[in-house]
Design a protein around this ligand. Structure first.
Ligand code: GLY
Length: 356
C-alpha cells in the first residue's frame, strides 16, 4: 500500500531529500528516475535483505529502464571490511559502471556505510542513493553522509563524508525486521529524544514505535537534518549525536560485536545518565525516564564489562584529542550538553555509570 509521502530537504554541501513513504520500494525506479538520469546502476545489499527485497527493487528499477547489476555480500558487521569493499570496487569495474552511473545501497547500516564509501571512492566518486531497510539506518546512518568501513583496530576508521543523492525510507519493510534488530533502532530514537525532543520521548512511551513508524522516522530525521546542516563534518554540534556512543562503542567492541550497536548505545546512554545524576548535572527524573524507555523497548540489560575495560577501550576511539574527550551529558529529558572532560575524568564517568 502506498500512502502520502513525507519529505525533508537536507541543505548541506550537496543537498538531497529524505523521503518517507509506505510502499515506496514498489516504486523505487520512479523515485530514482527523479534524481538520476544515467543508464546503469549497481544495487548493493546483504544476504538477509536479498531474500526479502532485492527482486522487488530490481524489478522496479528495470521497469524504469535501468540496466541493473547486483552485489550481495554476507550479512553482518564483519563484512564491513576492506575485503568486501575491494570486492565491491572490482565488481563495479568489471560491470563497467562509469561516473554517470549510480550505486543503490539497499539495506541497513553496514550496507549503507560500505556502499556509500565505495561510491565516494570508485572513480573518485559516483552518485549513490540510500534505501535503508532497518529502523536504525532510517533514523540515523543513512542520513548525514558518513560512509566507512571498519579496520581491525576499530569501527569506521576508514571513511569519507559523502552525501547521497536521495534517501528513500519505506516503513513497510520494517515488518520483516527481527524484533531485536528493530529494538536496536529504537535506541537511536531514544537518543534523539534525550538530546533534543522531550515530546518525542513522551510519544514513544505512550505509543509503541511500531505503531507510528512514519512519524517517528520523520521527527528523528528532522532532528538529525537540523544538526548536520549546521555541522556537516562533525567538528562541533554534530557530536551531540554521539550521546551514549563513547561508552557504547567501547561496549560494542569489547563484546566483539556480539552486542548490536543499538544494544551497546542503550547501555552507554544509561551509563551517561547515571553518571550525570551522580555528578549533579541533572536529577533522577533523567535516569527514571531512560530506564522506563529502555525497559519498554527491550533494551534494559546489565553492562557485562568493567569500568576499567570500558575506559581503556573508549580511549581508542577516533573521536577524541590528546587530552580531552567530548562527552554528551543529559541536563534534563530532551536536553543534552557537550562537555569536554579530561581523559582521566572519563574513568570516573565510567565507574559512576556502572553503579546501581
Ligand atoms: N551517527 C552519528 C552521526 O551521523 O554523526
Amino acid at each position: 500500500m502506498q500512502t502520502m509521502e513525507k519529505r525533508l530537504s537536507v541543505h548541506v554541501s550537496t543537498p538531497y531529500d529524505v523521503v518517507i513513504c509506505r510502499g515506496a520500494l514498489q516504486n523505487l525506479g520512479a523515485y530514482i528516475r527523479n534524481v538520476h538520469k544515467g543508464t546503469s546502476l549497481m544495487v548493493v545489499t546483504d544476504s538477509h535483505v536479498e531474500k526479502w527485497y532485492l527482486e522487488e527493487a530490481a524489478a522496479s528499477l528495470r521497469a524504469a529502464g535501468y540496466r541493473v547489476e547486483t552485489f550481495v555480500f554476507p550479512a553482518g558487521e564483519e563484512s564491513k571490511c576492506a575485503k568486501t569493499y575491494l570486492a565491491l570496487l572490482n565488481a563495479l569495474a568489471e560491470k563497467g559502471l562509469t561516473r554517470t552511473d549510480l550505486i543503490v545501497a539497499l539495506g541497513g547500516g553496514v550496507v549503507g556505510d560500505m556502499a556509500g564509501f565505495a561510491a565516494a571512492t570508485y572513480l573518485r566518486g559516483i552518485p549513490y542513493v540510500q534505501i535503508p531497510t532497518t529502523l536504525l539506518s532510517m533514523v540515523d546512518s543513512s542520513v548525514g553522509g558518513k560512509t566507512a568501513i571498519d579496520l581491525p583496530a576499530g569501527k569506521n576508521l576508514c571513511g569519507a563524508f559523502y552525501q547521497p543523492a536521495l534517501v528513500l525510507c519505506d516503513p513497510d519493510v520494517l515488518a520483516t525486521l527481527p524484533e531485536d534488530v528493530f529494538c536496536a533502532g529504537c535506541a537511536e530514537v531514544i537518543k534523539y529524544g534525550f538530546i533534543g525532543d522531550r515530546a518525542l520521548l513522551e510519544s514513544i512511551l505512550h505509543m509503541p514505535i511500531r505503531q507510528q513508524p512514519e512519524e517517528i522516522i520523520f521527527r528523528s530525521v528532522a532532528m538529525k537534518r537540523d544538526i548536520v546542516q549546521k555541522d556537516e563534518r562533525d567538528t562541533g554540534l554534530r557530536q551531540l549525536l554521539n550521546f551514549g556512543h563513547t561508552f557504547g562503542h567501547a561496549i560494542e567492541k569489547l563484546s566483539k560485536y556480539t552486542l548490536s550497536h543499538g544494544q551497546a548505545v542503550a547501555m552507554g546512554m544509561d551509563m551517561m545518565c547515571k553518571a550525570a545524576v551522580r555528578r549533579g548535572f541533572c536529577d533522577a527524573q533523567v535516569t527514571d525516564l531512560m530506564e522506563k524507555l529502555l525497559r519498554a523497548y527491550g533494551l534494559e540489560q546489565k553492562v557485562p564489562f568493567s569500568a576499567a575495560d570500558i575506559y581503556r577501550t573508549a580511549l581508542q576511539d577516533k573521536k577524541r584529542d590528546a587530552e580531552c574527550v567530548a562527552l554528551v551529558i543529559p541536563v534534563r529529558p530532551g536536553t543534552c550538553e557537550l562537555k569536554k572532560v579530561s581523559v582521566s575524568d572519563l574513568l570516573f564517568f565510567a565507574e559512576e555509570g556502572l553503579k546501581a
